[in-house]
Design a protein around this ligand. Structure first.
Ligand SMILES: Cc1cc2nc3c(=O)[nH]c(=O)nc-3n(C[C@H](O)[C@H](O)[C@H](O)COP(=O)(O)O)c2cc1C
Length: 401
């Protein structure tokens, strides 16, 4: 290996003592190739087996933990014990080359468009009609809130049973936990809404429950990560700022979270700067890293698809995650390690079978396109994937072909 890249292959320890042998992480990605009931398919397992060396830490797609929290058709879930056999096989595939396997778990809240279509309801912190949703969101009762906190605990129990090394709480990307944290979607006046402390309470209650179950159920140390979108700012709509996120991060770190995963989106976005607040114009990730102050690792993501970008990203975080590039070039890390940097390519033309790209990736092409990391030839190649005959899409899920 070229010695310039050595830092990408230095081991890193989590606070609980578990160590990874290098700094690459495969970021979570829904790929819509599962069965309609949320159980995984052979295609899901083959996809991860092929990516067993993509990182030293591999994260599943977001698994929905409540049947009332489904966003897309054919995404996998973890709301029932029927998901266990498939998840066990998937954990084995992910760990087959020595990587640690993490299950990402979420409740989609207002984004549960499949649930809304099939059951006529999508929950959120407050009853609101958003202009960007066709349906009104139903505010959660206290009982529903307690149920959902419990569902995160149930998912933890299942992740441990299935053989995962850890669980990532998905507190990012506008799903339920973020909806509670945001002033634009949380209008509650009880203990779950209002002040920054109260808007953080749902995230922290979930963390406490996940930690409690992990301590009870796992004989081994179990990695507990948390993914956060550091800012929620859309024009003049300010859900929360980086300053607010730093408060939540501090709470999580002091409660013993094993890593923070900063979710940024778009070309070179791992270098994004804060839009406002005390750290305006400063690197979001560098600010988070300094606040964490070595108490746990920070995972950074966003537009990383080359050896140089991966190396540069270590200036911003401790671990470097790739999503789009993990689909197109699952061997990026291995090619750096074995001195074949010039063979790295994000063009998948003619390689789709060998790369074990599942058919469902065709239906998330629009997400891949918006992340901006992949070349046009790759997006065009995804259009040629054939969906199985049984595959019926919800009307709001776009297929470009
Ligand atoms: C197809 C696709 C599916 C995604 N699914 C998830 C997901 O399940 N959970 C999540 O936290 N982020 C998800 N993301 C976001 C990625 O994890 C990542 O943060 C984002 O794509 C930016 O990284 P990249 O530039 O390397 O693609 C998804 C992104 C893509 C492209």
């Amino acid at each position: 290996m070229n010695s310039r890249f050595e830092s990408l292959f230095r081991p890193m320890s989590f606070p609980n003592g578990i160590e990874v042998s290098g700094r690459f992480v495969m970021a979570p990605m829904v790929i819509n190739s599962s069965n309609a009931d949320g159980t995984v398919t052979d295609a899901d397992i083959a996809y991860f087996k092929r990516r067993a060396k993509t990182g030293q830490l591999l994260i599943t797609a977001a698994c929905y933990n409540d049947i009332m929290a489904q966003w897309l058709d054919y995404q996998y879930g973890i709301f029932d014990d029927k998901h266990l056999p498939g998840m066990t096989e998937m954990a084995q595939a992910m760990k087959s080359e020595g990587a640690k396997a993490i299950m990402q778990v979420y409740h989609t809240g207002r984004e549960a468009s499949v649930t809304q279509r099939d059951y006529g309801v999508a929950y959120g912190p407050s009853t609101i009609k958003f202009p960007f949703l066709e349906y009104e969101v139903t505010g959660m009762s206290e009982r529903k809130i307690q149920d959902v906190i419990g569902f995160f605990g149930d998912a933890t129990r299942r992740a441990i049973k299935a053989g995962f090394d850890g669980l990532e709480i998905h507190g990012a990307n506008h799903y339920l936990i973020q909806q509670f944290f945001s002033t634009t979607s949380n209008k509650r006046t009880d203990k779950w809404g209002g002040s920054l402390e109260k808007r953080s309470a749902f995230a922290l209650a979930i963390f406490d429950e996940v930690k409690r179950v992990a301590q009870e159920e796992s004989a081994e140390p179990f990695i507990l990560g948390y993914r956060i979108s550091p800012e929620e700012i859309h024009g003049s709509d300010i859900g929360y700022t980086l300053d607010d996120s730093l408060y939540l991060i501090e709470q999580l770190v002091s409660r013993g979270v094993d890593y923070i995963h900063s979710s940024l989106w778009g070309v070179d976005s791992y270098k994004n700067t804060a839009a406002m607040g005390a750290y305006e114009n400063q690197s979001i990730n560098q600010v988070i890293k300094s606040v964490i102050n070595k108490r746990c690792p920070l995972i950074v993501v966003g537009g990383i698809g080359s050896a140089e970008a991966a190396l540069d990203a270590l200036e911003y975080g401790d671990l470097v995650a790739m999503a789009a590039a993990a689909i197109a070039e699952p061997d990026l890390a291995e090619k750096i390690r074995t001195d074949r940097v010039d063979e790295i390519t994000l063009n998948i033309t003619g390689r789709m079978e060998e790369l074990k790209i599942p058919y469902g990736v065709k239906t998330v092409r629009w997400i891949l396109e918006s992340s901006g990391t992949l070349p046009q030839e790759t997006l065009d190649a995804l259009d040629t994937l054939k969906l199985p005959d049984h595959y019926v899409m919800a009307s709001d899920q776009r297929i470009f072909s």
